[in-house]
Design a protein around this ligand. Structure first.
Ligand code: CA
Length: 232
């Protein structure tokens, strides 16, 4: 049974989410603030399989919560609840390390579908037998898609689900120019009205992992006016 932490200060919404997720068979805990959420996920522990995280919280906001988790190397999947029409929230959420987002107000069935989608990806990654070929090596770096991390010399940097998925997609299309639109649709299953700058934030982060000099990329190239190209 998967356990979910719901971080939401609006009592009615939090209880509604708890009730409906429990009906789906999940174990649910609720935190009303970001601070309380971080306390429930102590450094080095992984008490939850997924976090549903509201952006607007009293005290520290949802962006700070997810960024703090990622800085602590905690890579629990995070589904962010953002305000509708605020594409900057979506961009900021991805840049902070969220795996997926849902604008408020949302339909419960959609939320549950997103939760199940993230859990399936997590379980798939965890349950896959260790496959030594699921490594990609280039330029002194090793991308390990089982462990979801990048190694450079003796340094290991963990990847979020979304970073790993995007990296895998770029490698699969090595040498080809890929548009932002196809990344949005194929990697994130997002519609084309989503602001494509969300992609650019991810690319900036991936460059920090895989480029010697992220400002002079040699592997993850920008193709002006179109998108990106990965060169191994
Ligand atoms: Ca709220």
């Amino acid at each position: 049974m998967s356990s979910i932490l719901v971080v939401e200060d609006e009592w009615h919404l939090a209880q509604g989410l708890r009730f409906n997720l429990e009906e789906e068979g999940f174990t649910v805990e609720v935190a009303e603030t970001g601070e309380a959420a971080l306390e429930k996920i102590p450094v080095g522990a992984q008490p939850f399989d997924l976090v549903v995280l509201d952006v607007m919280l009293p005290g520290i906001d949802g962006f700070t919560v997810v960024r703090t988790l990622r800085e602590r190397n905690q890579f629990v999947p995070v589904l962010m609840l953002t305000a509708r029409g605020r594409s900057e929230d979506v961009l900021h959420g991805f840049a902070s390390g969220a795996d997926d987002y849902l604008p408020k107000p949302f339909e419960l069935s959609i939320l549950i579908a997103r939760v199940n989608g993230l859990l399936r990806r997590k379980q798939w990654l965890e349950s896959k037998p260790v496959d030594p070929t699921d490594l990609y090596e280039f330029s002194g770096r090793t991308l390990d898609f089982n462990a979801m991390e990048v190694s450079v010399a003796d340094r290991k940097m963990p990847l979020t689900l979304m970073e790993a998925n995007l990296m895998r997609y770029l490698i699969r299309h090595k040498g080809k120019t890929i548009s932002r639109k196809s990344i949005l649709e194929d990697v994130w299953g997002m519609s084309e009205d989503t602001d494509t700058r969300a992609i650019d934030n991810f690319i900036v982060r991936l460059r920090r992992y895989i480029e010697d000099d992220p400002s002079e990329p040699k592997h993850l190239l920008t193709v002006r006016g179109v998108g990106y190209r990965f060169v191994g």
